[in-house]
Design a protein around this ligand. Structure first.
Ligand code: PMV
Length: 343
């Protein structure tokens, strides 16, 4: 029998939903998968078919401020703009908040601020849900462990379970029906020289959500059965690359894994193509830079934008190839966060 989100939430927090303060705020970094999560074995609980491995994006992310409001319905603001109840953003967040209402007529006010484009395949929902879970943990004074927070965040949006942590993060697929063993954990490695560049092609919301796209892939792609083995191999290679600081192995594995995921989507019925002409131009530029000996690789999520991986020593040369680009140093101390409440 299908286990519900509500049952999982109750198992974690019991009936502990009495607010302990007026409001609570938390920040979570966005994360970029080097080995992708693509396909659910349980849609209700966002349980993945495979494990996945990501890197968190330091100061790029979202903050979420939650309070109890005196209103008729939840009030949701995104970057200070009031969100209409008709938007997907509003409906997804409210469905999640429904799991934590002290009484049926409790109304929440949520103020989300993010410094990355929303719904453009830059993991905005991941950091949004992770920040919301961290803020709820403070509001209700649950003192949940990061692992437990990761389970709650996964229920909001699968990849959000990785945004609970900094650095390299592994989300173990798990095998239990209730998903209590499907959470992310930080890998105990740093790689100070690693850099991630964000190449923006199009900041508009994608036409098909990652959830719908992965479900269509699982159901209709004739090659989907090859995916678990592809990801397992990629995770092993990535862990070895991190362990030995083999940047070319890390980059080559991430790039191949992203292309494999998009190949699955291409062969889904109807075909799902997030790639745009400008995305392809950037891919060719990456390959040209590499042919000239520069260590630079790309990865692509459910959107047309690319994230590129390189090392700090190559930053001037990479900048010369890709002019307008925000660069993140995932392992540097965060000293300034623009556009979010960093807490
Ligand atoms: O968590 P979702 O439903 O937004 O799916 C994320 C899917 C990818 O970003 C394409 C891959 C991943 O592992 O983050």
């Amino acid at each position: 029998m299908q286990i519900t989100r509500r049952q999982v939430v109750r198992e974690l927090i019991g009936n502990n939903i009495v607010p302990q303060q007026d409001s609570a705020t938390a920040f979570a970094s966005s994360n970029i998968a080097l080995c992708k999560y693509w396909g659910k074995r349980d849609v209700e609980l966002n349980l993945p078919v495979t494990s996945s491995l990501s890197i968190s994006m330091s100061h790029l992310g979202a903050s979420s401020k939650i309070s109890i409001a005196e209103d008729k319905q939840d009030q949701i603001f995104l970057n200070t703009q009031y969100m209409s109840p008709n938007t997907i953003f509003y409906r997804r967040l409210v469905a999640f908040l429904d799991l934590f209402r002290p009484t049926q007529d409790t109304v929440f006010k949520i103020d989300t601020k993010t410094n990355i484009p929303v719904g453009a395949g830059l993991a905005s929902s991941a950091c949004g849900f992770a920040a919301t879970v961290k803020a709820l943990d403070k509001l209700f004074d649950w003192n949940l462990s990061p692992q437990q927070q990761s389970v709650l965040a996964r229920i909001g949006s699968g990849s959000a379970c990785r945004s609970i942590y900094d650095g390299f993060v592994l989300w173990q697929a798990g095998y239990k029906e209730n998903g209590m063993d499907s959470y992310a954990q930080r890998l105990d490695y740093t790689w100070d020289e690693l850099r991630v560049g964000v190449l923006l092609v199009d900041e508009r919301q994608k036409s098909i959500t990652s959830s719908d796209a992965m479900q269509a892939t699982v159901e209709t792609c004739p090659f989907y059965k090859t995916w678990p083995e592809i990801v397992e191999h990629a995770i092993n290679n990535t862990q070895h690359a991190i362990d030995t600081k083999d940047f070319w192995l890390l980059g080559a594995t991430a790039e191949a894994n992203a292309l494999a995921m998009h190949a699955l989507m291409l062969s889904t019925t109807p075909s799902i193509i997030y790639t745009q002409a400008a995305t392809l131009d950037y891919m060719h530029l990456v390959w040209r830079a590499r042919a000239e000996g520069l260590g630079v690789f790309f990865t692509q999520d459910a959107g047309p934008n690319l994230k590129i991986l390189f090392l700090s020593k190559d930053e001037p040369r990479v900048r010369a190839f890709f002019m307008d680009m925000e660069i993140v140093a995932p392992f540097s101390m965060v000293t300034e966060v623009i556009g979010c409440d960093y807490v």
